[in-house]
Design a binder for this molecule. Structure first.
Ligand code: PMT
Length: 401
């Protein structure tokens, strides 16, 4: 997809419409020109003024609008667009497109335009599963419409399931793909993410705190840089990025086995997972009865996945993360030397701004000969900075001396 791609973003009336300003930004970041068209229902969720501010252009709302018709009317708009992206696309709007209805500006544009049509559905999980929606979906797929998502997870209605609109950055990525340089084209990157769960019995266990957000962001950024990405993740609820092979595990030993069976041929290994250092020496098959006033839990050391990868003869470029609550740089540097890895990304996990579960993070990237400070940013942006630095370290400029 070329820069300056002309996109009409059509917003229909779902709660996910609140993500539309972010989506506009993500499309513009990738070099697209964006015009926004809103359905009447969309305006119940977000104002046209907000979308005008982020897109830098008036928002189109009405099919018969004398002002618009003297400027860019609906036929001009239909001809202008290279892509029409409907996000969020409600079940109702999907049905309208299937039937070729043209009773408002957005549906008329879809009928009148030859542009590529992409939709990012968003709806309650039952509506997504409904036979009528399934039928409409199939019809749209058969007509060559690109379907982005939906993802799985918590829904605005309080239910959990498939129907969440794909995150704006992911929609933009799927639509415009090569917005960022393909630094890792042809490279294989293996990432670990999330916590591990070390069972005591079938209902109890010990774990580390980790939402998986940082590891998922690294996997997504690596994919966007053109790498073939495999992610081994511990128990988290986050939806994996599309295009990333994702292997779910529970315990550190399972994570170790999943990594070791895939690491051969890998160019870069990035251990973001908060692997539990210890596990209970005994795992009971049956739930332990809570009748004793105290019990003693014996813990034994888990395998160190990162150190084991770094010790291989065919070792990939090996990157760890250090979660610290004090003496950040000194402790992280010690891990860099002890585990004999190439890079460690040190982050502070203490306090309100701590790295765990926050959407943003700041870090110090420590390599063999220096330290780079990475300012606080959302985890995807931070992941981009980390991978850019790794690319430079792996491909140093030839010396001119
Ligand atoms: O998931 P989020 O909520 O977004 O939070 C992100 C994070 C804080 C978990 C992440 O940024 C982070 O710091 N991950 C590393 C957590 C950790 O376990 O740090 P550590 O200092 O204990 O371990 C150092 C390195 O050794 C890590 O790369 C870890 O994956 C690895 N390790 C540790 C123990 C072990 N048995 N095997 C390992 O491979």
């Amino acid at each position: 997809m070329h820069r300056n791609t002309r996109i009409i973003l059509g917003i229909t009336g779902g709660i996910a419409a609140y993500k539309s300003p972010d989506l506009v930004r993500r499309l513009i970041e990738r070099g697209a020109e964006v015009r926004v068209v809103m359905s009447r229902a969309a305006m119940e969720f977000i104002t046209p003024l907000t979308l005008q501010a982020v897109s830098g252009h008036p928002v189109h709302q009405h099919l018969l609008d004398s002002d618009a018709e003297s400027g860019m009317g609906h036929i001009e708009l239909a001809r202008w667009a290279e892509i029409i992206l409907i996000a969020p696309a409600t079940a109702h709007f999907m049905a309208k497109i299937v039937h070729g209805e043209a009773d408002d500006l957005l549906s008329a544009l879809v009928v009148a335009s030859e542009a590529t049509l992409a939709i990012a559905p968003a709806m309650n999980r039952q509506m997504w599963q409904n036979p009528a929606t399934r039928h409409n979906l199939k019809t749209l797929v058969d007509r060559g419409v690109s379907i982005i998502g939906p993802g799985e997870g918590d829904q605005a209605c309080g239910e959990v399931g498939v129907g969440r609109m794909t995150e704006p950055d992911e929609i933009a990525q799927q639509l415009l793909g090569d917005g960022i340089p393909q630094l890792f084209s042809g490279k294989k990157i293996l990432v670990t993410a999330g916590p591990t769960w070390e069972a005591i019995d079938p209902v109890r266990g010990i774990s580390n705190r980790s939402s998986g957000k940082m590891g998922f962001a690294i996997a997504r950024a690596a994919r966007d840089f053109g790498a073939t990405v495999t992610m081994v993740r511990g128990p988290v609820n986050t939806t994996p990025p599309s295009g990333v092979e994702c292997i779910g595990v529970q315990s550190a030993r399972q994570m170790r086995d999943a990594v070791m069976s895939r690491v051969s041929g890998t160019d870069i290994f990035i251990g973001v997972a908060a692997v539990a250092d210890y596990r209970p020496a005994l795992q009971e098959d049956q739930k332990i009865k809570a009748k004793e006033p105290e019990i003693v839990l014996k813990l034994i050391k888990n395998p160190d996945i990162l150190a084991e990868v770094a010790a291989r003869e065919d070792r990939p470029f090996t990157v760890g993360f250090a979660a610290e609550t004090r003496d950040l740089l000194a402790n992280a540097k010690k891990k860099l030397w002890d585990k004999k890895i190439d890079v460690i990304v040190a982050n502070d996990v203490s306090g309100e701004d701590g790295a765990i579960d926050n959407d943003t993070n700041a870090a110090s990237l420590i390599h063999q000969t220096g330290v780079v400070q990475l300012e606080r940013a959302d985890k995807y942006r931070l992941a981009i900075s980390i991978l850019e630095k790794i690319s430079v370290l792996m491909n140093p400029e030839p010396s001119t001396a």
